[in-house]
Design a protein around this ligand. Structure first.
Ligand SMILES: Cc1ncc(COP(=O)(O)O)c(C=O)c1O
Length: 486
């Protein structure tokens, strides 16, 4: 297919030329009624193109989606305007009936837990592998998936995250082969992997590896606008009609032309220039790593340690500075003009994309040098002292917690509930998702028994300056638990 064209961009351009009196949505009528201060800030064309359904648009979307399927190596692609979140929900709704078992890495994003609640599928959580030195989740291994399928041959699908927030992709081709041996689909949350297909030095994309349904946040690593994502289908283990029907349940009926157009041009950009653009990003990432390796109290890892790493994701271990990732994040942002994607208790994660200039990368390296120099000879910060004292200085908790669901997430979500003090909720069954954000991996899921360790871990994250969300009480003083008499 000719990947140089962009049908939605053409549609938008043609539409700008149309001169008529608008009696359709949205209410600001091509920007005429928009707040003037907002218009001054943003510019007019954005509002003139802020449109939902229009004559001719469905046809343009269909061609744009076909081009995307062709570019990403899929049999069919859907554009998503509610993020990968709605794609994950649709993947489960399309493959599981209420009560069906699904094998699911417990390192999944909270959207997968929402999908379990919506679909009524029952999770069999898979343990993920963990590297203690790097404090790094390595995802679901082939042997874990194989054993789980032997123990649960009735499972209707398997779901894994690849790449994860740290860029670890795992043995995705083997996972596909194992699932296909049993004729069940492998569903992949590749929210962080929309770029992988476009450079030979990046790990194989889940679509190219043969996964059946793959969701990608185009907005995270490619140039889509925020919330713009794609869902790709391959093979015939999952029916396309079922996916379309599921998407209609979870997507807006007023998809934004701006978001859709951003998906179309992001596809064109990758298909036409991806190799060159990503080649530059890979070179910058390699240079940044080499500089960080020279700093005595900072560290990072590369593909020698983690062969399936996406090198454009840069994790810097900061704990030898005597501070937490949260403290380091605040210093970088407030004093050194650099903003990371995600702090953890021991690390800072930086997302490098082709949007980053060499000046950005130099600024990052300079800031890390200054941070490292400023911390030399300093005593341990309060945050890290607290975290160490509480015994939860690592992500290890997440991989070793082995949560035991008592009832399904859906049953818990709809159960009669008591509200109890969070600190005292030990041994009760949660009705809520409790989740440090980012990375959005729940510490406590609906249906699981709340453990003392889980409570302490969440409190340690909060104390260290992290954000915890998902709870119906934003202060997290209290939590909803299944009522004793329900
Ligand atoms: C692994 C993973 N999956 C899914 C999502 C949700 O993606 P979106 O923000 O596009 O809805 C995220 C968001 O951070 C994520 O990290």
């Amino acid at each position: 297919m000719n990947q140089e064209i962009a049908p939605l961009l053409e549609f938008a351009r043609d539409y700008l030329r149309v001169n008529h009196a608008p009696f359709y949505m949205p209410g600001h009528k091509r920007g005429q009624g928009i707040d003037p201060e907002f218009a001054d800030l943003i510019g007019n064309n954005l509002f003139r193109l802020d449109l939902p359904e229009l004559p001719g648009l469905p046809e343009a979307i269909a061609v744009a989606q076909e081009l995307a399927a062709n570019a990403y190596g899929a049999d069919r692609t859907w554009f998503l305007v509610n993020g990968s979140t709605c794609g994950i929900e649709a993947m489960l709704l399309a493959t599981c009936q209420p009560g069906d078992k699904i094998l699911l890495g417990r390192n999944c994003h909270k959207a997968a837990i929402a999908a379990l609640i919506l679909s009524g599928a029952v999770p069999v959580y898979l343990e993920t592998s963990y590297d203690a030195t790097l404090d790094l989740d390595l995802g679901v291994t082939p042997s874990t998936l194989r054993s789980a399928l032997e123990a649960h041959p009735e499972a209707k699908a398997a779901f894994v995250v690849s790449p994860n927030y740290f860029g670890v992709c795992g043995e995705i081709e083997e996972l596909v082969a194992i699932a296909h041996d049993r004729s069940i689909p492998l569903l992949v949350d590749a929210a962080h992997g929309a770029h992988l297909h476009f450079h030979p030095d990046l790990p194989i994309s889940a679509v190219a590896a043969g996964a059946d349904l793959v969701v990608q946040s185009t907005h995270k690593v490619n140039a889509g606008l925020t919330q713009a994502s794609m869902l790709h289908l391959r093979g015939n283990l999952v029916g396309g009609e079922r996916v379309s029907q599921a998407l209609q349940l979870v997507q807006s009926t007023s998809p934004s032309l701006l978001l859709l157009t951003s998906l179309d041009v992001a596809r064109r950009q990758m298909a036409v220039h991806g190799k060159e653009l990503l080649g530059q990003t890979l070179a910058l990432a390699e240079w940044a790593r080499s500089q960080i390796h020279n700093l005595p109290n900072l560290d990072t890892f590369d593909r020698q340690q983690i062969p399936t790493l996406d090198p454009t994701r840069l994790t810097v271990m900061v704990d030898r500075l005597g501070i937490t990732g949260f403290d380091a994040d605040a210093i970088l942002y407030e004093q050194l003009g650099v903003m990371a994607e995600m702090p953890t208790l021991r690390q800072l994660v930086f997302i490098l994309t082709f949007g980053n200039t060499s000046q950005d990368i130099e600024r990052l390296v300079r800031a890390l040098i200054r941070l490292e120099q400023a911390r030399r000879g300093q005593s341990q910060g309060k945050g890290l002292a607290f975290v160490r004292q509480s015994g939860h200085q690592t992500q290890e908790f997440m991989t070793n917690a082995k949560p035991q669901p008592q009832i399904s997430p859906r049953e818990a979500f709809f159960a009669k509930r008591d509200r109890v003090e969070f600190k005292l909720a030990c041994d009760r069954i949660s009705t809520e998702i409790i989740c440090p954000y980012p990375p959005g991996i729940p510490v406590i899921c609906p249906g699981e028994v709340i453990t003392r360790d889980a409570i302490d871990f969440v409190l340690a994250i909060k104390q260290a300056g992290g954000t915890v969300n998902g709870s119906s009480d934003p202060t997290l003083e209290t939590i909803g638990v299944v009522a004793h008499n329900s």
